[in-house]
Design a protein around this ligand. Structure first.
Ligand SMILES: *[C@@H]1O[C@H](CO)[C@@H](O)[C@H](O)[C@H]1NC(C)=O
Ligand SMILES: *[C@@H]1O[C@H](CO)[C@@H](O)[C@H](O)[C@H]1NC(C)=O
Ligand SMILES: *[C@@H]1O[C@H](CO)[C@@H](O)[C@H](O)[C@H]1NC(C)=O
Ligand SMILES: *[C@@H]1O[C@H](CO)[C@@H](O)[C@H](O)[C@H]1NC(C)=O
Ligand SMILES: *[C@@H]1O[C@H](CO)[C@@H](O)[C@H](O)[C@H]1NC(C)=O
Length: 467
C-alpha cells in the first residue's frame, strides 16, 4: 500500500479509538464504568535509576507501597574510578558493581530490570569528545570484548530473572551516540544477535529507546524499522521516551502502529522507559501520565532529572531526606515522601479492583484513571497536565455499578498537593476535601474540576452497589 494512504488509515484508526463516546468535548474527560479493562497492574510504577547502591538504604516499604515494578540502570555518573569500559577494565568493574546492586535491589521487589549497557560502556552523557563508540573505523573488537565481559558477569552473578537489555539509550541524541545512524544500526544488529544467541528468550531485548516519539516522518525510526525487519532483530519491547513536555500516548502509539504496518513488523509490548519532564513530576502531572499508560497498557518508568549520586537516590524525585538539596550525603538516610509520592501510593494501594475505560478531554489536558473496587467504592484519579483552569469530569454508565439512572451522587474528594519546596518537601498523605452532592439523570453525572494551581491532583470516590 502507498504510504500516504496508510497514513490516512492510521489517522482514521486514531479517531475511532480516541472517540468512543461520540463528539469529544475539549474540556471534558469521561469515565465509562461499563467498559471493564482488567486488573490493575500499575503500569506507571517504574523508575529510571533512583536507587542507592547500598542495599535497603531506602526502607523497602517505600518501594512496596507504590507497587514498584520496573527499574532501569547501568551505572551512569558513578565517578572515577567507576566511569565504565572506555576508561579500562577496573573502571568497568566498579561501574558494574553499581549495576549489580541496583539489579539485586529491584529483584527484591520482583521488579523487572532494564540494563543500560551504554552507561556501563561509559557513554552516559559525561564522556568527552574523544570517547570511542562501538565499531569506530570499522573495528568492533573493543565492543565484542566488552560484551564478553558483560555476558560473563551477568552469568556469574545470575542476572537473568527479570532481565531486559536496552541495546543503546537515545542514540538519536549526539550526547549518547556521537556517530551516524548506520554505525548504530550495525551495533544494533551485532548486539541483538549476540545476546539472543547467548541467552535465547531467558532475557528480553529492548529498544530503540529513542528520545523521539515514533512517527513516519522521523528518519531514525524509519531506518531502524527497516533495518530490524531485514536483520530479524525485532526487540521484545518497543521502547521510547516521552520527555519533550508535549505529545501523548494515543498519538505516539498511533505513530508506532503506522510504522509497524509500513515495515510489516509484529506487535510487541510498549515500554516508555523514561517519561515526564521535571515540571511534570508533581501530582497533577503524574496522575495524567498514569491515565495515559493505563489506557493503552504501556509500561512507564519515571524520568530522572537528578545528577551525580542524587541520580542514584530519591526514587526519581519521589522521596527526600535532610540535606537532600544542599550538603548532600549519598549515604545518609531519614527519607520522607513528597507530594508526588502520595499519588503513586494511592494508585497502588487504594485503586484496586477492576479498571474501567476513560477518555481524556479533547484538549488533552485533563486525564483520568478509574477503578471499581471490591470494597463497594469506585475511585477516579484525575490530573491536569501542568495548566490552570476549569475542566469537567463526566461519569457514564452509573447503572452498571448498580446505581439508579438518575438521582444524587455523593462524591468524596481527596486533594494531592505538593509542599512549598515541591520535589523536596514532605507530604504525608492526601488532603480530605469533603463531600459534594451532584444531581444527575440519564445514567451520567458531570462535575467541574477546578485546577487553581499546576500541581495538585484529585481523587473522587463514591459508594456503589455491588452486592
Ligand atoms: C557514596 O559516594 C562514595 C564516593 O563519594 C562512593 O564510594 C559510595 O559507593 C557511594 N555510596 C552509595 C551508597 O552510593
Ligand atoms: C577522554 O576520555 C577517554 C576515555 O573515553 C580518555 O581515555 C581520555 O583520556 C579522555 N581525554 C581527556 C582529554 O580527558
Ligand atoms: C544483522 O546485522 C548485523 C550487523 O550488520 C550482522 O552482523 C548480522 O549478520 C545480521 N543478521 C542477520 C540475520 O541479518
Ligand atoms: C488507602 O488505603 C489504605 C489501606 O487500606 C487506607 O489506610 C487509607 O486510608 C486509604 N487512603 C485513602 C485516601 O482512602
Ligand atoms: C474501553 O476502554 C479502553 C481503554 O480506555 C479503550 O481502548 C476501548 O476503546 C474502550 N471500549 C469502548 C467500547 O469504549
Amino acid at each position: 500500500m502507498h504510504r500516504s494512504s496508510l497514513l490516512l488509515v492510521a489517522c482514521a484508526a486514531v479517531l475511532t479509538r480516541a472517540n468512543p463516546v461520540g463528539l469529544r468535548d475539549a474540556q471534558t474527560a469521561v469515565v465509562d464504568f461499563s467498559n471493564k479493562t482488567g486488573t490493575p497492574e500499575h503500569f506507571a510504577s517504574g523508575l529510571l535509576y533512583g536507587v542507592p547502591d547500598a542495599k535497603d538504604q531506602i526502607p523497602p516499604s517505600f518501594f512496596k507501597d507504590i507497587g514498584y515494578n520496573y527499574e532501569r540502570a547501568g551505572g551512569a555518573q558513578v565517578p572515577s574510578p567507576g566511569r565504565g569500559w572506555i576508561w579500562g577494565l577496573d573502571e568497568y568493574k566498579n561501574r558494574f558493581s553499581s549495576v549489580l546492586s541496583n539489579y539485586r535491589s529491584a529483584r527484591e521487589f520482583d521488579a523487572n530490570f532494564i540494563f543500560l549497557i551504554h552507561d556501563l560502556w561509559g557513554a552516559d552523557g559525561s564522556q568527552n569528545s574523544s570517547a570511542s563508540y562501538p565499531g569506530d573505523n570499522g573495528d568492533w573488537s573493543s565492543w565484542d570484548t566488552y560484551l564478553d565481559h558483560v555476558v560473563a558477569d551477568m552469568e556469574s552473578n545470575q542476572m537473568i530473572d527479570g532481565m531486559i537489555i536496552d541495546i543503546w539509550n537515545e542514540p538519536d541524541l549526539s550526547i549518547f551516540w556521537n556517530r551516524d545512524q548506520n554505525q548504530y544500526l550495525q551495533m544494533w544488529g551485532r548486539t541483538y544477535h549476540r545476546l539472543r544467541n547467548k541467552f535465547g528468550t531467558s532475557i528480553q531485548l529492548s529498544g530503540p529507546a529513542f528520545s523521539a516519539e515514533p512517527s513516519l516522518s522521523n528518519a531514525w525510526w524509519k531506518n531502524w524499522c527497516s533495518f530490524v525487519s531485514s536483520n530479524s532483530s525485532v526487540p521484545d519491547q518497543y521502547a521510547w521516551h516521552m520527555e519533550g513536555g508535549g505529545g501523548d500516548m494515543l498519538s505516539s502509539q498511533a505513530g508506532l502502529l503506522s510504522l509497524l504496518k509500513t515495515y510489516d513488523l509484529p506487535a510487541r509490548p510498549i515500554n516508555i522507559n523514561e517519561y515526564g519532564i521535571y515540571d511534570e513530576q508533581v501530582p497533577a502531572g503524574s496522575a495524567w501520565w498514569i491515565s495515559q499508560f493505563e489506557r493503552i497498557n504501556a509500561h512507564g518508568l519515571r524520568g530522572n532529572w537528578l545528577s551525580g549520586y542524587a541520580l542514584h537516590d530519591f526514587m526519581a524525585s519521589l522521596l527526600s531526606k535532610p540535606g537532600a538539596e544542599s550538603d548532600y550525603s549519598n549515604t545518609s538516610t531519614g527519607y520522607f515522601p513528597n507530594g508526588d509520592y502520595q499519588v503513586y501510593k494511592y494508585y497502588n494501594l487504594n485503586m484496586t479492583g477492576t479498571r474501567v475505560g476513560t477518555v481524556p478531554s479533547g484538549d488533552m489536558k485533563l486525564d483520568a484513571y478509574a477503578v471499581v473496587g471490591e470494597d463497594g467504592w469506585a475511585r477516579v484519579l484525575v490530573g491536569v497536565r501542568i495548566s490552570t483552569g476549569t475542566w469537567n469530569l463526566r461519569l457514564d454508565s452509573l447503572s452498571s455499578l448498580g446505581l439508579p439512572e438518575e438521582g444524587t451522587l455523593s462524591v468524596h474528594t481527596w486533594g494531592f498537593p505538593v509542599a512549598e519546596n515541591v520535589h523536596y518537601g514532605e507530604v504525608d498523605g492526601p488532603t480530605d476535601l469533603g463531600w459534594n452532592d451532584h444531581d444527575y439523570s440519564e445514567d451520567s453525572v458531570s462535575f467541574p474540576v477546578y485546577q487553581k494551581d499546576k500541581s495538585t491532583a484529585y481523587a473522587f470516590e463514591f459508594r456503589i452497589n455491588n452486592d
